[in-house]
Design a binder for this molecule. Structure first.
Ligand code: ADE
Length: 225
């Protein structure tokens, strides 16, 4: 899968994609992530990508022209399944949306900045608007990074033990059970006996009980989904 991220601040997220599982996914050829600097697509001699809003409002607004030129340049190379704009007033991002998007071939994520983007971009180029939560960030870059991480890590083969992505919290609308490692006792704090028993059926049963108990206690809303 390929993700193209369009931003005015590539340096905000470049490092993020060069670490850990996202780097491994790219090294293995399972994901391609390309970050495009919107300023490379403007014809303005000062590389300006924003302008004053009509109506006398405060702040600056991202212009149509560089966004159009960037999206058209990408679309000339390949077809895109979605052109996503990350924005606090978009549809709430969640695990099932990450699962759906991980099945796509090519997606574009456009990051907003300044006061906002000219609304005509949203009307004419964007196929999906996504928020990562009910709070306002300085720009869409962190939202694009969060979404790309959640999408790429569940592409088959990215995590070596596929089971470990499937048993994450929120797959099945349940929170994951607790995990432990050696030593089995530390400061008198013991790992639950069942995990040391070697009895796979009992361990599975314990894991499900724990998932249900934690979900009921911490996120009861998930049980109604
Ligand atoms: N841009 C600014 N805030 C955002 C949010 N909460 N989600 C997505 N994009 C954003």
């Amino acid at each position: 899968m390929r993700i193209d991220i369009i931003t005015v601040y590539p340096e905000m997220i470049e490092g993020f994609f060069n670490c850990s599982i996202l780097k491994r996914a790219q090294d293995k050829g399972l994901a391609e992530i390309h970050i495009h600097n919107l300023r490379d697509y403007t014809l303005d001699k000062y590389r300006r990508v924003d302008d004053y809003p009509f109506g006398g409002f405060a702040g600056m607004v991202m212009k149509i022209e560089p966004v159009e030129r960037c999206i058209n340049a990408l679309k000339a190379e390949r077809d895109y399944d979605e052109v996503i704009f990350v924005t606090p007033d978009g549809e709430q991002f969640c695990q099932s949306m990450a699962n759906d998007l991980s099945l796509k071939q090519n997606i574009i994520i456009l990051c907003g900045h300044f006061k906002g983007i000219d609304y005509r971009i949203r009307e004419h180029f964007i196929t999906k608007e996504v928020s990562i939560g009910d709070y306002v960030l300085t720009g869409g870059e962190l939202a694009a990074a969060v979404m790309s991480d959640a999408i790429v890590r569940i592409i088959p083969g990215v995590i070596s033990d596929e089971q470990s992505a499937l048993s994450d919290s929120f797959q099945d609308n349940l929170l994951a059970a607790p995990v432990y490692t050696r030593p089995s006792e530390y400061n008198g704090w013991k790992v639950p006996d069942v995990l040391l028993s070697g009895n796979e059926a009992k361990i599975k049963e314990w894991e499900m009980e724990q998932s249900l108990e934690r979900t009921k206690r911490l996120r009861p809303d998930l049980l109604n989904k």
